[in-house]
Design a protein. Structure first.
Lengths: 275, 288
């Protein structure tokens, strides 16, 4: 599986530049007294893989929750496909950090993926064949078909993360917001997830992920937002993901490389004001 | 056979069995919500805080079902909302606040009932007595059961989403806050209606143990609801008949029956039970 990685077309070659547009303008979010995000701008398209990078408490989760419609910003506008986003939509899927999920909940992988059909079925309508087919193909594309009847705690970290991506696919989401999807995964699981996510981006989806492990940013993502309350830099990875911007972002101007090495080892969950 | 038909000859036992079926099923069904929400402790506190409300209700308006019901409802709301208020506006967690409020409320209730103009037996409020339930009790239990089972069944899909992952549920379009309040309100209603029929300790047992038992046996959240209902009513019915023959207190017998079923599932449950796992481990050791 992982050796196919090199044969994959680069994501920027296959994402359609005219894909659906996500625009964030001057987004400011405040929790009681604490300022979480200040005037953040972002402009990207479906077909891209975007990393959110920044120190703990930089507002990565806050930004994703705002995009998911879970947090009402103080000021600023989020525009999705040309319309201001006023509340949550099925087209944008939010995937929480794995550490925040109750894995012992009595739920199978298939049951989890079926939850993604909720926006389409509503509170009562029964599953039809078309719904089952969507669920099947979501499981298939995340390589989980054989594990469909497992209880979710009986999966590896990588499989758990893929199960949640499969739910977003069953939801027919265009935008996937992932909070630290690679944290705690071993190398093979990381590579498989990278491959599958870039396939999804090629297929026209927009992947936005908070990411801790700085050295792996270039191999996984094609755009990056360096965030520390304010947007420090946003753009293609090879343009803005450099030591200069990183040192501004992580506030360690004296030795920017230290920021990279330190952050790559950090696996501690992000401390956020809402918790 | 006669062992079963003989008790059915008594009217109070027939009515008791009817109440057992209704209360057992409704509470068992609702216990899925309590277990999945991980709020057994909160329900325990709430059930005990109903006592002062009943005391005040009886003191103010005399001993009637309506007065006790209204008093209990007000008490539950005061303690429930009060704990939220204390938790939000001080450094204490909600569970701490709840424990303080409910012990205070329970003590106040005991004192109040001593001053009540009628002779109210405290045991009655802890364990109740199904065999002395009135027709009015039966009607209340019936209507509350009908209402809560209907609503819970209608709301099951969004409810399970919310219980599993509140944030994702909101992102998927579930009105999480409204749903949460509605379900908590319904829970208090169920608690009060069963409290009158079977006492607060028994209603607490029925609101936790059935689904907790099924939890050990299934990987499907939906099964917790029906399974919990079946375990709750079956345990209550069997225990009531047993208690008649053994001359035990019905309330305590029902709780013990539930505890026994839970213990059996805990030890012998095929997937998560400790005995099968032990056997698996022993086998692995022997093979090595």
């Amino acid at each position: 599986m992982t050796q196919d990685l090199e044969n994959l077309p680069l994501p920027q070659d296959c994402g359609s530049p005219s894909g659906h547009e996500l625009r964030v303008a001057a987004l400011t979010v405040r929790y009681a007294e604490t300022l979480a995000l200040q005037g953040v701008d972002l402009h990207t398209h479906c077909g891209r893989c975007v990393a959110l990078v920044g120190p703990n408490g930089a507002g990565k989760s806050t930004l994703m929750k705002s995009l998911a419609g879970l947090i009402v910003p103080e000021t600023g506008v989020i525009t999705w496909r040309g319309h201001p986003l006023s509340r949550s939509t099925a087209e944008i899927a939010y995937l929480a950090q794995r550490s925040q999920v109750d894995w012992h909940f009595p739920l199978t992988v298939r049951g989890l993926v079926e939850m993604g059909r909720f926006p389409h079925l509503g509170w009562w309508r029964r599953f039809k064949r078309a719904d089952h087919e969507v669920v099947d193909s979501a499981l298939e594309s995340m390589r989980l078909t054989d594990l469909a009847n497992r209880q979710i705690s009986a999966l590896s970290g990588g499989q758990q993360q893929r199960a949640f991506v499969a739910r977003a696919l069953a939801q027919e989401a265009h935008v996937l917001l992932l909070d630290e999807p690679f944290t705690g995964l071993d190398r093979p699981s990381q590579e498989l997830l990278t491959e599958l996510l870039s396939l999804l981006a090629c297929g026209g989806r927009l992947i936005i992920a908070a990411h801790h492990d700085l050295p792996s940013v270039p191999e996984i993502f094609d755009e990056v937002l360096l965030l520390n309350q304010k947007a420090i830099a946003f753009g293609a990875v090879d343009e803005v993901f450099n030591d200069e911007n990183l040192s501004v972002c992580f506030g360690e101007a004296s030795d920017p490389t230290r920021a990279i090495t330190q952050k790559s080892n950090a696996v501690s969950p992000e401390r956020r004001p809402e918790n | 056979m006669e062992w079963i038909t003989e008790p059915l000859g008594y009217e109070h036992i027939r009515r008791g069995l009817l109440i057992c079926t209704l209360v057992g099923f409704t509470n068992g069904y609702f216990s899925a919500f309590v277990v999945l929400r991980k709020s057994a402790l909160q329900v325990g506190s709430l059930s005990h805080s109903l006592l002062p409300g009943i005391g005040v209700g009886i003191l103010l308006f005399g001993l009637s079902q309506a007065s006790a019901f209204a008093g209990a409802l007000v008490a539950a709301l005061i303690v429930g909302l009060g704990s939220l208020l204390v938790a939000r506006s001080s450094r204490l967690g909600q569970e701490t606040a709840l424990a303080i409020l409910f012990t205070t409320a329970f003590a106040a209730g005991l004192l109040l009932l001593e001053f009540a103009p009628v002779n109210v037996d405290i045991d009655h409020y802890l364990f109740g007595n199904i065999l002395f339930a009135t027709d009015a009790d039966l009607m209340t239990v019936f209507w509350v059961s009908a209402l809560s089972l209907t609503l819970l069944t209608i709301l099951r899909r969004p409810m399970i989403l919310m219980l599993f992952e509140p944030d994702a549920a909101r992102a998927l379009g579930v009105p999480v806050r409204a749903l949460n309040y509605l379900l908590l309100g319904l829970l208090i209603l169920v608690l009060i209606s069963t409290l009158q029929a079977v006492g607060c300790l028994l209603s607490l047992g029925l609101l936790v143990t059935p689904a907790a038992t099924v939890y050990l046996l299934t990987d499907r959240a939906e099964s917790l609801f029906w399974g919990g209902g079946l375990v709750g009513s079956a345990a209550a019915i069997v225990a009531l008949i047993l208690s008649h023959h053994l001359n035990f207190s019905p309330g305590s017998t029902i709780i013990l029956a539930l505890g026994t079923i839970f213990a059996l599932a805990f030890v012998f449950g095929p997937r998560h039970g400790i005995a099968p796992n032990l056997i698996k481990r022993l086998r692995a050791c022997v093979q090595q």
